[in-house]
Design a protein around this ligand. Structure first.
Ligand SMILES: [Zn+2]
Length: 253
């Protein structure tokens, strides 16, 4: 929820704006629709209903709309909301704690964490990759994720330079970061930042994100021209987007 839309929603109910301290922002819950939050957006042109990843349904009220109309809109789309909630319930979620036997997304597949026998140091493997761990007991997730991030710092810049050369789009710097809510970003100065979790995704998804950022260096927007450029270098981008939508929750995004 962005602060601007919430503020404008509160303004609707605040007498004489500016003369008193605004109350702490609290979403308005429709009495008739439990679990639905109403948000006024000055930029919205029509009523909209969305389901957030945390399970909150958000009804957007356009500039000249009313809560009453929004409630009607939500009631009309109750069936859609129920189906969306059902889809969300079925979507696989990442295990919170990783132990031997947990299935973890690694290089695009769900791989079981297995004990690897080698020497006297405890090790586990995911498919063909072997990782040293401090102990086989306890939560393996922090250790394994640190391994993943280290691999990402080597592999993702290398792949980005390859695709930069292939597309002829110049890049000045590639950074690999721990981003909580995005897969990649870039600056006008030619720096591309990538989420280390891309090493967990299939190669075609990782490549799509890199192509996406490369094309932003040509078109800093999501215009039709931008998508035409993406299509040209990465015709499978729609499938990659679908994969991310379906499986993003497996890597905690
Ligand atoms: Zn983009």
């Amino acid at each position: 929820m962005n602060d601007a839309s919430q503020q404008s929603f509160l303004d609707l109910f605040s007498p004489a704006p500016g003369v008193h301290q605004a109350p702490p922002p609290t979403p308005h819950h429709g009495a008739a629709q439990p679990g639905v939050v109403f948000e006024r957006s000055p930029r919205a042109h029509r009523y909209r209903l969305t389901l957030r990843r945390d399970g909150t349904a958000v009804a957007t009220i356009p500039l000249r709309g009313s809560v009453r109309e929004a409630e009607k809109f939500v009631a009309q789309h109750a069936e859609w909301l129920e189906r969306a909630r059902e889809r969300q319930r079925r979507r696989p979620r990442a295990a919170e704690i990783w132990v031997v036997g947990t299935r973890v997304l690694w290089r695009g597949a769900l791989e079981e964490i297995r004990v690897a026998v080698a020497g006297d140091k405890p090790q586990v493997c995911l498919a063909a990759d072997v990782f040293r761990v401090r102990a086989l007991e306890g939560d393996l997730r922090p250790t394994l994720e640190a391994h993943f991030a280290r691999r990402a710092k080597v592999e993702l810049p290398a792949r980005t330079w390859e695709l930069s050369a292939l597309t002829g789009v110049g890049v000045t710097q590639v950074t690999v970061r721990n981003q909580r809510s995005r897969w990649g970003s870039c600056t006008a100065g030619g720096t591309i930042s990538l989420n280390w979790r891309l090493v967990q995704t299939p190669d075609f998804v990782r490549d799509y994100i890199i192509y996406h950022e490369l094309m932003h260096l040509r078109e800093m927007n999501h215009s039709a021209r931008f998508w035409a450029r993406v299509e040209e270098v990465c015709p499978g981008w729609r499938e990659a987007e679908r994969w991310l939508k379906r499986n993003g929750s497996l890597v905690g995004l």
